[in-house]
Design a protein around this ligand. Structure first.
Ligand SMILES: C[S@@+](CC[C@H](N)C(=O)[O-])C[C@H]1O[C@@H](n2cnc3c(N)ncnc32)[C@H](O)[C@@H]1O
Length: 321
């Protein structure tokens, strides 16, 4: 059991989960192979449909066995199997809270149909009366606050919508790109799910860890993680990614904002979708940003304006790509 704690383990997720006999995770984020013929190191991504669905039911059942009663369960999936995942989830006793669309802003070009630019993320909970939803972690300033100066605006900002269009795919040229994994998800997308559906110190499981993105988000948000992958290469490389991140977190701790604060600031900036220089140059935007940052941190601390401005200034040159 101890080895499952803050580790990426090599092996088949069902076999690894079958070794555990008690619920130990607060949240699952699964981004399984989509059965579309993708080229992975050790997995053949083209099963016969019924076999793929039977396997899906098996790994979801295995994850559910270790999910605590108040737990949340996210599954990222492409068009072909999204409806099946919903039905399997409901048959296993889960309830859908949101059917999220990740609109990843640019898709692969084709000549005879529209370019595909979305993935589905099914967000389930075990118990609709008892689950974690840290709403302050996913609020952003509303148009009423930013543009209309409307007295009816909710002062703590609005909850982000179920269309997630602020995260680009992680393309080959992006700094974040690990290079050794073919379909890495964006860290900030994972961070939104982890921040809203788990609390600091809780355990986040990713049964298909790949490049270790879920673990990277969990680590930066002060959660524990557990990941599995059947590729030795991916496991070795993602462990290194996480070790590097840990070193970065430790060395960053003397900056005016600590690592968690800088990460949350970047998360808010990306989710607001306004260029950092525009925020800095527009007093209304800057006030809204500073206020929302305090709301997100939710720790009673008053942050120095200049520290926030400095961090935003650094983001004027930050581009995901
Ligand atoms: C879509 S990728 C996950 C990508 C990940 N979300 C990321 O951001 O890097 C799916 C991963 O599942 C792994 N995989 C396939 N079958 C598996 C199994 N039975 N158990 C564990 N991992 C598996 C593949 O090697 C691949 O890395």
């Amino acid at each position: 059991m101890h080895e499952y704690h803050n580790n990426i383990l090599l092996g088949d997720c069902i076999e690894l989960l079958d070794k555990i006999d008690q619920p130990f995770v607060d949240m699952v984020f699964a981004d399984p192979p989509f059965n579309v013929g993708f080229r992975y190191d050790k997995y053949h991504d083209k099963l016969e449909k019924n076999n793929y669905l039977a396997w899906t039911r098996d790994w979801m059942t295995a994850c559910l066995r270790v999910l605590k009663p108040h737990g949340s369960f996210y599954v990222a999936i492409a068009d072909d199997y999204a409806a099946h995942i919903r039905i399997i989830g409901e048959e296993l006793g889960l309830s859908v809270r949101n059917w999220i669309i990740w609109h990843y802003t640019f898709g692969q070009q084709t000549t005879q149909k529209f370019a595909k630019s979305h993935t589905h993320i099914l967000y389930f909970v075990r118990d609709v009366k008892n689950f974690v939803f840290n709403d302050l972690a996913v609020r952003i300033p509303s148009d009423r606050q930013l543009y209309y100066n409307d007295a009816r605006a909710i002062s703590i900002g609005k909850i982000a919508s179920d269309t997630w269009d602020c995260y680009s795919r992680v393309c080959g040229s992006f700094k974040e790109r690990q290079g050794w994994h073919p379909c890495q998800m964006p860290e900030l997308l994972l961070a939104r799910a982890v921040a809203v559906s788990s609390n600091p110190g809780e355990m986040v499981l990713d049964p298909f860890s790949g490049s270790g993105t879920t673990a990277a988000a969990a680590l930066q948000l002060g959660r524990n993680y557990c990941g599995f992958d059947i590729s030795e290469d991916y496991v070795i490389n993602s462990r290194k990614r996480l070790a590097d991140l840990k070193t970065q977190i430790e060395t960053n701790s003397t900056a005016p904002l600590n690592q968690l604060e800088s990460f949350e600031l970047k998360r808010l900036f990306v989710e607001m979708g306004i260029h950092a220089q525009t925020i800095l140059d527009t007093p209304l935007f800057l006030e809204a940003f500073i206020k929302q940052f305090h709301i997100r941190m939710n720790n009673g601390k008053t942050y120095d304006r200049s520290a926030i401005q400095k961090a935003l200034k650094e983001l004027t040159t930050w581009v995901a790509r």
